[in-house]
Design a protein around this ligand. Structure first.
Ligand SMILES: [Zn+2]
Length: 60
């Protein structure tokens, strides 16, 4: 899926992130609202602008 903010073609799931990227994700603002477990299971990230797609954002 394409990043809605910067249009990078491919967003990554937790399992596709490398260790360095995972450290960045842990410091994103969404960590205040969601547990890491929930984010790992349902969220996706853009590694260019660090937009975080949440499970509740799914609408096409
Ligand atoms: Zn992006």
């Amino acid at each position: 899926m394409k990043c809605p903010r910067c249009e990078k073609p491919r967003m990554k799931t937790w399992s596709e992130l490398n260790d360095e990227e995972r450290e960045v994700v842990k410091r994103l603002p969404a960590s205040a609202e969601y547990t890491l477990e929930e984010r790992q299971a349902t969220h996706q990230w853009c590694t260019r602008c660090w937009y975080e797609k949440r499970a509740t954002d799914v609408h096409g």
